[in-house]
Design a protein. Sequence first.
Length: 225
Amino acid sequence: MTVIEIEVVFDFVCAWCYIGKRKLDRAIALYQKTYPGGRSDIFSIKWSPYYLNYNPHPHSVPKSDLIDERMGDMTPEQRATLFNRMNQIGRTVGIIFKPGGLIGSTRDAHRLVHLSHTKSPEIQNALVNNILQAYHELEKDISSKEVLTELAVNAGLEQAEVAEWLDTDLAGDIVDKEARQNKEEPGNTGVPRYIIQRAYRLDGAEDPSKFIEVFTKIKEDKTEA
């Protein structure tokens, strides 16, 4: 049995982070299904915060407004090309991006993920997936404490614990520090990025084959050791 550690540096408002998660999930499932002995290997995933700070306002605003602000120097054709590519790639992994809804701060969402580190891997994975889906596909405001509570409880967290966590600033300083360190890291390429076994790094929404290539090398290196 091999334990493969993966640190995923991401932010919830990043469409490519959502695509990347789906590709990572597929890579793990395919590796465990096809690689000899892979089914017994354990994947330990840490979701590490990054603040893209898309929203400069202290409150939630329509996503469409921020798109207009951030892409004001692009022609309609350039915008269409960008979104068409993102939508096409999204569909290949089962994501239907929707442009509506609001965007606020992702800080509380990342604080909830920090809380989920003390839970089972299944709960942590479900929470991350629920928040990504809520923002990108269900047009929900993931800065809303009510929305986050619903998503967390649906992932398997206790409602009372979630309510207490969100009503205070528990782990806020920890999350802020990690997000700052991730942004200040030398050679920062943005998000998503994946640090695997503290030795291998992949940037962007890589295809499952790239992940499997790294998993296989880790497995073979351990076998030869």
